[in-house]
Design a protein around this ligand. Structure first.
Ligand SMILES: N[C@@H](CCC(=O)N[C@@H](CS)C(=O)NCC(=O)O)C(=O)O
Length: 232
């Protein structure tokens, strides 16, 4: 990496979206400065850098600003090409990877978060939707028959769904619910184990005990508000 290159990540310690960006940069071996943002009291620089969504992650590369974790992942992959590739080279395989990342985000992340932040019938429904969507990626992983969604190493889809290996068990604990039974999801369960034990991932995760406290707090606040959707 050229010396004058500036790479900064605006993040929030417990955000699964931010970790995606950090994992990608680490896998690529790109040095970056991490800047912690208080998403409950947003800085003027966050508002200025991401005026549309006002959310983290934001990547700053020299004078360029990029928002939205999936967009940032693609930017990283295209900018630091030679070191490690996240998306496959083949156009159809690339399309498939984007398809699964989008599917998981729309169907699993939202449903699992909703399950955490609801009660009764709504919670049961959200758990059912999460399980149904997880079944799809279980099948995909089985069909691939590889170590990771990216083949024999971590790729774009692994990073996109990586939160399942660490955040989801915390949400299950906090929400007193069981979503991912290992007998029902053998492929995802062994993928989770492999993913979480990858040295670059293992060393780049928020502390679990702090996460439990944080998500208990979020759950309490969001279940007493009418709008609990995806305010992780
Ligand atoms: N779709 C976005 C989601 C980012 C997101 O929701 N970030 C949260 C932190 S986990 C945030 O900044 N929330 C502030 C807010 O909702 O106002 C991405 O993938 O980057």
């Amino acid at each position: 990496m050229a010396k004058e290159e500036v790479v900064k990540v605006l993040g929030f310690w417990v955000s699964p979206f931010v970790r995606r960006v950090e994992w990608a940069l680490k896998l690529k071996g790109v040095d970056y400065e991490y800047i912690e943002e208080d998403i409950f009291n947003k800085s003027s620089s966050l508002i200025q850098l991401n005026p549309v969504h006002k959310k983290v992650p934001v990547l700053i590369h020299n004078q360029k600003i990029i928002a939205e974790s999936f967009i940032i992942l693609e930017y990283i992959d295209e900018t630091w090409k030679d070191k490690y590739t996240l998306l496959p080279q083949d156009p159809h395989e690339r399309a498939q990877a984007r398809f699964w990342a989008k599917f998981a985000e729309e169907k699993i992340t939202e449903a699992a978060w909703n399950a955490l932040c609801s009660f009764g019938d709504e919670k049961e429904r959200a758990i059912k939707l999460t399980i149904e969507a997880l079944q799809k990626i279980e099948e995909e992983l089985k069909l691939k028959g590889k170590q990771f969604f990216g083949g024999e190493r971590i790729g774009y889809v692994d990073i996109a769904v990586g939160w399942i290996s660490y955040w989801l068990p915390v949400w299950e604990e906090v929400g007193s619910m069981k979503i991912l039974e290992s007998q029902q999801f053998p492929a995802i369960s062994s993928w989770m184990h492999r993913f979480i034990n990858h040295p670059l991932i293992k060393d780049n995760l928020p502390p679990r005990d702090k996460m439990v406290v944080y998500f208990k707090g979020r759950r309490d606040v969001l279940t007493s508000e009418p709008h609990g959707w995806l305010r992780i």
